[in-house]
Design a protein. Structure first.
Length: 159
């Protein structure tokens, strides 16, 4: 019987990525023309780790940094989102095992400044961690967003 992989193992599994592809006709309807990169999970984690306390980033900012790094027009939104989710769960797993320095996944928001309820602990945990770092979290209908998140964006350097 196969044992289930840990989040750390999933994060470490590059599966031949990063790779850059030409945007085909089917994808061009949504993404335009040019090229796209499918990053390695560890690259997404590495960029998320660079966001200092008191600062934020969005998944779109992570994607822009990945595209710049690989000379691509865009980074794949689907795989980048999945890999951010894996990085978040790997960080929570590491924290549960007693590691002190883990990826601050709560600082990576959705494109519009919304908290990602699929991250470990859900909205309540994210809200608590962001509030502890000085951010104001507002509820807008069923969604939770960081007030004025744009003012707190960290510059993600790709070097």
């Amino acid at each position: 019987m196969r044992t289930k992989k840990t989040w750390q193992e999933k994060l470490a599994e590059d599966k031949g990525f990063p790779k850059v592809f030409k945007i085909d006709a089917k994808k061009s309807k949504r993404w335009g023309t040019g090229t796209f990169v499918i990053p390695a999970p560890r690259e997404v984690d590495e960029l998320m780790r660079r966001v200092p306390k008191g600062k934020l980033t969005t998944i779109d900012e992570v994607r822009k940094a990945l595209a710049r790094r690989h000379g691509a027009t865009i980074a794949c939104p689907i795989t980048t989102g999945i890999f951010a989710w894996i990085a978040a769960h790997a960080a929570a797993e590491a924290a549960a095992a007693g590691r002190k320095r883990t990826t601050p996944y709560w600082r990576t928001l959705k494109s519009n400044g919304e908290l990602n309820a699929k991250y470990p602990g859900g909205v309540e945990t994210l809200r608590r961690k962001l509030s502890a770092e000085g951010h104001q979290v507002l509820q807008k209908r069923k969604r939770f967003v960081v007030a004025d998140f744009e003012k707190h964006l960290a510059a993600l350097k790709t070097g």
